[in-house]
Write a protein that binds this ligand. Structure first.
Ligand SMILES: [Zn+2]
Ligand SMILES: [Zn+2]
Length: 329
C-alpha cells in the first residue's frame, strides 16, 4: 500500500537507487456536495494534512441545509453547520454527507376582508389590512330612487328630489259655486299619480269628493261645498310628482236652490244633480215597494212552475204583472 515507486538498477557491487516518492492520497467522498483545495476543481482524494474545502449542494426546492455529518474519517470540521467549510485531511479515507431538512411551510397569505366597509360614492368593498388587496367592488344597493341608505354597507347618499311638476287646473278654476251644488275641477295630471285634494291648504277627506280619471277629475260633494265659508278658497289637486293649484268662490244660496244655476260652473250637469238627489227621497221608494210586490207574485209563479220573464224596466214589469194577474184571475 505504498504511494512511492522505485526502480532498481544493477551496478556491479554497488546499487544506486533513484526515484521519486509519491505521497499517499486517501479517498474523499462527499455526499450532496463536493471537495476541493481552496476554490479549485473538485477532488476525490487528497494527501495527509491537505486542507480540504467542502461545499454542500444547493438545497432542493423546499429544503434547507442543516449541517454536515461525518460518516467516516477522523476529522474536525471548521464549521459543521456551514455550507462551505474546511477540514484537514487525515491519514485515512473520509466520507462526509451534507444534510437537509424540509423548509418550514409558511402558510400562504390569506387576505382579511372582515374589516369595515370601504366606500366611495358609487360602490362598497373591503380592504385587507396587510396589503392593498380589495375584494370585489360592488355598487351600492338602494330600494328605489328616493332611498338614501345603501342596504349593504349603510352608505348615505344625497338624493335630490326631482322638481315638482307644475300641473294646471284645466277646468273649474276660478269658478263661483253656490252652496248646495257640487263643484268640479280637472287637473291635467295623470290620474295614476293622484294623491289628494287640499282646500285652503288642508287635506280634504276622501268622503267629500269623488275623483275619476281624465286626467284627474275631482268633484266636491254638495255637502262639502255647503260646509265651506262664503268667499274665496284655494284648491290644490295634489299628485305624487307635483300639483295643480287654483281658486274658487263659494256663494251663499239665495231663494230656490234647485232652480239656481251656480255661476261659473263649467259643468252644467253638476247643477242638475241637486234636484235629482232631492227627488230621490220619494218616488224611487214607491218604485221599490212595487218591485217587491211584483217579485212576490213572480216567486209564487215560479213556485208553481210557470215560466216567466223578468224585464228590467219597471214599466214593462208592471205590464207583465197586470197580464199575469188577469191570466190567473
Ligand atoms: Zn392581504
Ligand atoms: Zn353600499
Amino acid at each position: 500500500m505504498g504511494g512511492s515507486t522505485w526502480t532498481a538498477e544493477e551496478k556491479s557491487e554497488n546499487y544506486t537507487y533513484t526515484g521519486t516518492v509519491t505521497p499517499i492520497e486517501y479517498t474523499i467522498k462527499i455526499n450532496e456536495g463536493k471537495a476541493s483545495i481552496g476554490a479549485g476543481t473538485e477532488i476525490t482524494k487528497a494527501k495527509v494534512n491537505d486542507v480540504i474545502t467542502i461545499t454542500a449542494n444547493v438545497a432542493a426546492e423546499g429544503k434547507e441545509f442543516t449541517g454536515w455529518t461525518v460518516v467516516s474519517g477522523n476529522i474536525t470540521l471548521a464549521g459543521a453547520s456551514k455550507e462551505t467549510t474546511t477540514f484537514t485531511m487525515p491519514g485515512e479515507a473520509v466520507e462526509i454527507t451534507a444534510t437537509y431538512k424540509d423548509k418550514p411551510v409558511t402558510p400562504p397569505h390569506e387576505h382579511d376582508f372582515s374589516g369595515s366597509w370601504q366606500r366611495d360614492d358609487a360602490a362598497h368593498w373591503h380592504k385587507c389590512p396587510d396589503d392593498e388587496a380589495t375584494d370585489t367592488k360592488a355598487a351600492h344597493e338602494y330600494d328605489d330612487e328616493a332611498d338614501t341608505t345603501c342596504n349593504v354597507c349603510g352608505y348615505e347618499r344625497t338624493v335630490t328630489p326631482p322638481a315638482p311638476v307644475a300641473y294646471t287646473i284645466t277646468k273649474g278654476n276660478g269658478q263661483t259655486v253656490t252652496k248646495g251644488n257640487t263643484a268640479n275641477f280637472v287637473s291635467n295630471a295623470p290620474f295614476e299619480k293622484f294623491d289628494k285634494v287640499q282646500v285652503d291648504g288642508v287635506d280634504v277627506a276622501t268622503s267629500n269628493y269623488t275623483v275619476i280619471s281624465g286626467s284627474t277629475d275631482v268633484t266636491f260633494t254638495a255637502d262639502y261645498i255647503n260646509g265651506l265659508s262664503e268667499g274665496s278658497h284655494t284648491i290644490a289637486i295634489v299628485s305624487n310628482d307635483g300639483q295643480a293649484t287654483g281658486s274658487f268662490i263659494v256663494k251663499a244660496a239665495t231663494g230656490n236652490t234647485e232652480s239656481s244655476k251656480p255661476g261659473g260652473n263649467t259643468n252644467p250637469s253638476d247643477g242638475n244633480k241637486v234636484s235629482s238627489t232631492g227627488g230621490n227621497t220619494t218616488s224611487p221608494q214607491t218604485g221599490d215597494n212595487s218591485n217587491i210586490a211584483l217579485w212576490g207574485v213572480l216567486m209564487m209563479l215560479s213556485a208553481s212552475g210557470i215560466a216567466f220573464t223578468v224585464y228590467s224596466r219597471k214599466r214593462k214589469l208592471a205590464k207583465k204583472l197586470t197580464t199575469l194577474i188577469q191570466w190567473m184571475g
